[in-house]
Design a protein around this ligand. Structure first.
Ligand code: SF4
Length: 384
């Protein structure tokens, strides 16, 4: 029995495991690799026959899972990459049509698709909207051409603006990613990018500090002294500047890197942070299934990690601290009955102003997010 069949058998064991409520579909193709990227993706021309055969196999899997009745409870779908928009309208339409036949892709289901500015077209926007996509997440990163060049992005700032306007022909639920702390990026450049996003009325904005991943062109350039290294203090002050601008514009920070206007939070990402079982389909996709005793993460090759119950509970606390809503005090008290010292740890986090109590919930403070390693490290030290 191969690994895939083993995983399929486990997935069929629905008496034991909770139903999947979120679906991730991975499209591992891009036009060109960005200088900082270590995701599972491959640079390929959009008409390459390997894309069609990859999509064939995705579609076969979705149909099989539908027959196995494991797609009936899905509340969110996320088509991510890579660059989904790079594979073109025909392949995307095949995929979304298959999803609409295989699960209840009703308007209540949040269905997000990622797109990059250089490959999003008006016909694509119209078709994916008609087939059931409800939300577009655009990889913009910056509205400054020099910064985009440093990152190795293949689109310009004006292409990003055009793509957003094209998306807005059908979608009001749009998210963009912006990055801060990029070598050579001034404070003004970053602030201008956030202001541009606000002027474009984007209701969801994710702000990430650039991180240097191993074996990327960026890492090589830094190690050779060709590019300056990132500065965590600059990144922290840019994150704070973004927060001030976005708060003033009526956004709330519902997760450490995510800002939304009311009602525009990403339900799919919230599923990851609240211990909701998810199914991942595709080359780099990870799935998570769980029951009361264990949480298992796996991909197409097999099991990646298995958490026992105490490890699951600690992970839930950690994930809760990524979100502004935190965790309920009652939940922490329940965990304290199973993991000694949980309440004491939270009391000491409150004493250190990393966590605060508000209306029966324990929530991370601004300082807690800034010193995330300390906050998360103390929670993980609870693991028996
Ligand atoms: S577009 Fe996204 S996935 Fe593709 S190489 Fe760039 S960062 Fe990586």
């Amino acid at each position: 029995m191969d690994d895939q069949m083993v995983m399929d058998d486990q997935m069929l064991d629905q008496d034991q495991f909770q139903s999947y409520r979120a679906l991730y579909v991975h499209i591992p193709f891009c036009k060109k690799r960005c200088a900082y990227c270590d995701f599972t993706t491959e640079a390929i021309e959009s008409g390459d026959p390997r894309i069609e055969s990859y999509m064939d196999s995705l579609i076969m899997k979705i149909r099989r899972y539908s027959r196995q009745e494991i797609l009936g409870q899905l509340e969110t779908v996320y088509i991510g990459g890579g660059t989904p928009s790079h594979i073109g309208n025909k392949e995307l339409s095949r995929l979304i049509y298959t999803l609409s036949l295989s699960m209840h892709l009703t308007p209540e289901v949040e269905c997000t698709m990622e797109a990059n500015p250089e490959s999003l077209t008006l016909p694509m926007v119209k078709d994916i909207f008609a087939l059931g996509v409800t939300r577009l997440s655009m990889g913009v990163q910056s509205f400054d051409n020099e910064v985009l060049q440093t990152l190795g992005r293949i689109h310009s700032a004006s292409q990003a603006v055009e793509a957003i306007k094209t998306a807005q022909v059908r979608f009001d639920n749009i998210s963009i990613d912006l990055m801060c702390g990029i070598p050579g990026q001034s404070h003004q450049s970053f602030v201008d990018s956030v202001s541009k996003a606000l002027a474009l009325e984007i209701p969801h904005i994710s702000i990430y500090p650039l991180s240097i991943e191993e074996e990327t062109p960026f890492e090589k350039r830094i190690s050779q002294g060709l590019t300056e290294d990132i500065d965590p203090d600059t990144q922290a002050s840019m994150m704070q500047e973004a927060e001030e601008l976005l708060f003033a514009a009526g956004y709330h920070r519902y997760e450490v890197a995510s800002y939304a206007r009311p009602g525009h939070e990403c339900r799919h990402n919230k599923a990851y942070w609240t211990g909701v079982p998810y199914l991942g389909i595709g080359r780099g996709a990870v799935s998570m299934k769980q029951n009361d005793h264990q949480r298992i993460r796996f991909n197409e090759e097999g099991v990646i990690e298995t958490l026992n119950r105490p490890q699951m509970l600690v992970e839930d606390l950690f994930l809760g601290m990524r979100m502004s809503e935190g965790v309920s005090k009652e939940y922490v008290e329940r965990i304290d009955r199973e993991i000694e010292g949980t309440l004491d740890t939270f009391e000491s986090l409150i004493d250190d102003n990393l966590v605060y109590e508000d209306a029966g919930r324990l929530k991370p403070t601004e300082k807690g997010w800034l010193l995330g390693n300390v906050l998360y490290g103390r929670i993980y030290s609870l693991e028996p």
